[in-house]
Write a new protein. Sequence first.
Length: 401
Amino acid sequence: MLIREQYLSKIREFYNSKLIKILVGIRRCGKSTILRQIIDELRKNGISEDHISYINFENLAFNKLRTKENLYAELEARIKDENIYYFFLDEIQVVEGFAEVVNSLAAVHDNVSIFITGSNSKLLSSELPTNLSGRYISIDINPLSYKEFLELTKQEDRKMEGRVFFDYIKWGGLPGRCEFHTEDSIRTYLQSVYDSIILRDVVERLGVKKPYLFDSILQYAISTIGREFSVDHLFMQIKNMGGKISKDTLYEFLDALCKALILRKAYRYDVSGKAILKSLSKYYVTDLGIGQIKKSNNEFQNYIALENVVYNELVNRKYEVYVGKTPKGEVDFIAKKNGETKYIQVSYMLDNESTIEREFGAYKYVRDHSPKYVLSLDHADYSRDGIVHLNIIDFLLGNQF
């Protein structure tokens, strides 16, 4: 089992806190595994079994606890002394009114520590403040980073660089897919994950009558990775295919794909005006494997996947990530964290002078002195004019950034 220390290190100081710990992420990204790893640490620290409760609401054995009244009664009955009780509630979004349960327990008892996971918008921060009254912390759990992927599969990067890396950018970082070793079996697994997300986290929640439209929307989003997303163009495309959908519904469906954590939205940022622009945003897939199985054509090539994997890595490192708009073009990414800004250009290979000029020239109209990078698969160092060139794999492994 891969110990996901980057998440455990953030949660550990809250083990005994009354704050509700919420782990949010796309289905099958490893949230349940992290809960089990926390439980293992508690056991090693001497916490007795009767003070640890794990309930997985996808398990039929706990079906009777899917009402807020039954769940509250069950958890309340398990509290028998003044020592801390640790409650792990996995995929709790299926319980209508779950926020009332955890909020009441935290309000009434000083000796409860509650951990919950979820895979859709019911667990997103936008829906939580009213119900939980600020009594929570939220931790975003992502699919495996490339570094974690190497650790889990016990592969060394440099010895098998081509095969391993391109396998990762093609089939993504959902941990479960690493159990399968043929393209057919990986594709089947990823399709089942996608189907469960659409059916459980989108269709049922919105009462959608035409779930096939999500495929069209997602396929279009994938085909535009690295380019500005046009709702008008998508609307006409669906209309030309005989589909009937209003623009308002289209926006709603697109938002649902983001709330189901299949897509992430990157806003544009005006480098000159230092302002976030709400129009002409870009979308990226949370997991490249889902992108691979839902692509509509061969446009989802390596150079597009590289930009997506860099975006995901920046998000994984807790940067706020924007697409940079300059007076004469754009910079792929502006990454902000702790008051610092970094600019990043992504290229497949810098194999000719015109490509080098294009990628480094993107910074011509960026006047501030923040660090600027060009990332590519080249091993030669093309750094110049104060702009740092990095190998993408070195970047993903955490080197020199």
